[in-house]
Ligand binder design. Structure first.
Ligand code: ADP
Ligand code: MG
Length: 621
């Protein structure tokens, strides 16, 4: 179809009529979407003519767009110049693909208010800590490893029999006992685990409470084995409640995401990277997280499989990478539709392998940073749970991404948490097992204090011990924010005091003996600080980069306006020169600022690399 009369007239008006026959074979759409690089094909090589043609296309496209805005028709797009108006804020998404997300601020939706109701007598305690031992596996048996863990289910304690060697090479057993709310041995089924952990939380959910269930432990200790069946199993119970007339107004929504390093990915939406932002009320919102309405256990099963399939897996096998990420499945009960009021929520959290915090001196930087982030998040998590239990006013949610996004599962008088500490029974895992038990012990330690003081579990009244304990929790929370102690020093030294005297400066660090002199301590401390700085700066740099692009686009917009204006008859060239000068200066300043940030960041990366190199020979001691 030949060009329409409107376009032919446009060519004439622009003094381009001599090219008209060359365009004759084109349709209107082809003509309008022509790129500047195509001009030569139609004989338009003269610079002035190229500019004329460019301007004509721009004007025609604008006209088409205006018309289609009014009439809802198709948009014509010019590809040569980024047409900012046409793309609105989505331009970068078009230009750079889905990996790039722009202006997430605009997307923040306020989350529903937490609904708080008085406790009912049937409520589970605020925090329960349950330990689960897995059986020795074939590989461990083949290696002739011993089962060194005894779980006493009746009396709810575990004993770790650590084999030690004296100076004269005689062996002896160091016995470590830890008490928990429940101790589950390797004969216990997943159904039993459900009954003692999540089942009581379903009640919480229908009492408008928030609930969370964590699996903590080293890689291979059974976290995923333990966590995987829990959401589906609980859904069966939840559906029963939902079927009651009383709860007809509630709907179940499911979401699932993964925190890897300090990034968040939607596991039910092709691993889309999500942004975490604060809304107007300083609450953290995971922007754009996909939620599915689930009305049957079958539908939930398919979603869970989808989520599990999307979890990070590397070439070295599923556990290698999933052990470096926290995966979180959330069930929300809402009144009405997706945007309905949030009534309650339960989160199932399969934490990153607790030994990962000790990745700090691994060869590549990415692994080191991930290790530092995991360390930080597990420490912050412990402090949040402790603060929750003590009703402390200051809860250090901001300590990590993990705790920030779980904030709304912790707040409110009705929040309930179950921590499952998974442990391996084999002798080679003894350090990790002890570290896990110490961590779990610390989580519930504060409550134990309270129980001793106040057996009835009523309010502490004027008991000064209570307030001392709360203050201690707060202090430790502060210490998490500004780690002044070397994070890696968890291995040795602490064991002798027994579980209750442990002052763990970290959740992890297992396997590597305690570093020697204070020089080394200093280097470790410096390294930890550096990793923290890098993690923070990385985020700031990326945010600054995003903002820089937005500013650049704003400037390009001004430049385009400027060009349009200068083409108008009677435009003042002085004004054009001044404004262009200003725009170019602004551009240069923007680039210089971003570059300065980048250089500083690069400097810190280098410094971290240097510290690592200094430390590396010690690793293999
Ligand atoms: P993690 O998620 O902590 O890295 P997994 O859940 O993947 O560990 O468990 C490691 C291996 O041990 C898996 O093959 C799993 O099937 C097995 N396993 C874990 N716990 C148990 C258990 N209680 N009974 C039988 N096998 C288990
Ligand atoms: Mg796992």
């Amino acid at each position: 179809m030949p060009l329409s009369a409107r376009i032919v007239r446009g060519l004439q008006d622009s003094g381009l009529e001599l090219y008209a026959p060359r365009f004759a074979a084109l349709s209107d759409a082809d003509f309008l979407t022509m790129l500047m690089s195509d001009y030569a094909r139609y004989g338009v090589v003269d610079v002035e003519d190229k500019q004329r043609l460019f301007r004509l296309l721009k004007a025609l496209n604008e006209e088409v767009r205006n018309r289609s805005r009014g009439g809802g028709g198709q948009r014509a797009v010019t590809n040569e110049l980024l047409d900012l108006d046409a793309h609105d804020g989505d331009l970068l998404a078009h230009a750079c693909g889905p990996a790039m997300q722009l202006s997430p601020m605009q997307e923040v939706r306020a989350v529903a208010e937490a609904v708080e109701e008085p406790d009912t007598p049937a409520d589970p305690p605020k925090i329960r800590v349950v330990v689960r031992k897995r059986p020795l596996n074939k590989k461990e048996k083949d290696k002739g490893e011993d089962d060194i863990v005894d779980a006493n289910m009746q009396r709810a304690y575990v004993v770790v029999n650590e084999v030690k060697v004296k100076v004269d090479l005689t062996k002896y057993i160091d016995r470590h006992q830890f008490n928990f709310d429940d101790a589950l041995d390797d004969s216990v089924s997943n159904e039993d685990v459900y009954n003692v952990t999540v089942k009581p939380l379903v009640h919480t959910l229908f009492a408008n409470g928030k609930a969370s269930c964590f699996a903590y432990g080293q890689t291979g200790s059974g976290k995923t084995y333990t966590m995987n069946p829990l959401p589906i199993r609980s859904a069966a119970d939840i559906m029963q409640y939902l079927a009651l007339p009383k709860y007809q107004h509630l709907n179940l929504y499911v979401s699932c995401f993964e925190i890897y390093g300090n990034k968040v990915f939607d596991l039910l939406n092709a691993r889309k990277k999500l942004n975490i932002l604060e809304d107007g009320k300083k609450r953290v919102v995971v922007v754009g997280l996909k939620e599915y309405n689930v009305a049957s256990v079958e539908k939930l099963k398919s979603l869970i499989n989808q989520g599990a399939g999307q979890r990070s897996t590397g070439s070295t096998g599923a556990n290698a990478d999933s052990s470096r990420s926290h995966s979180i499945m959330q069930f929300a009960l809402k009144e009405g539709g997706e945007d309905g009021k949030l009534a309650s929520k339960i989160s199932f959290i399969d934490l990153a392998g607790s030994e990962r915090g000790a990745d700090t001196f691994d060869n590549d930087r990415q692994t080191r940073l991930e290790g530092a982030e995991i360390n930080k998040s597990l420490l912050a998590l412990k402090e949040c749970i402790r603060a929750l239990d003590s009703d402390a006013r200051h809860v250090p949610f901001r300590g990590s991404k993990l705790t920030a996004v779980l904030r709304d599962s912790f707040v409110g008088a009705t929040a309930r948490t179950v921590m499952i500490a998974n442990i391996s029974p084999n002798s080679a895992s003894v350090e990790h097992t002890l570290n896990t038990l110490r961590y779990a012990d610390r989580v519930k330690e504060l409550r134990k204090d309270k129980a001793q003081r106040d057996p009835g579990g009523v309010t502490p009244g004027e008991d000064p011990n209570y307030y001392a304990a709360v203050a201690r929790a707060d202090e430790e929370a502060e210490a998490v924010k500004k780690p002044s102690k070397p994070i890696l020093r968890a291995g040795g030294g602490q064991r002798a005091g027994g579980p209750n005297k442990v002052t763990d400066s970290a959740a992890n660090g297992g396997g590597r003996g305690s570093p020697g002199g204070s020089d080394e301590d200093e280097i470790l401390s410096e390294h930890n600080k550096m990793l923290d700085t890098i993690l923070e700066e990385e985020e700031l740099l990326i945010t600054a980069h995003r903002m820089h692009i937005e500013e650049t686009m704003e400037l390009v917009r001004s430049e385009m306006n400027l060009l349009t204006e200068v083409d108008q008859p009677g435009s003042a060239i002085d004004q054009y020169v001044n404004r262009l000068d200003k725009i170019l200066k602004q551009k240069l300043e923007g680039v210089a600022m971003l570059q300065a940030k980048l250089e500083r960041f690069k400097g810190h990366l280098q410094k971290e690399e240097m510290i690592t190199t200094t430390m590396r020979p010690n690793k293999k001691r």
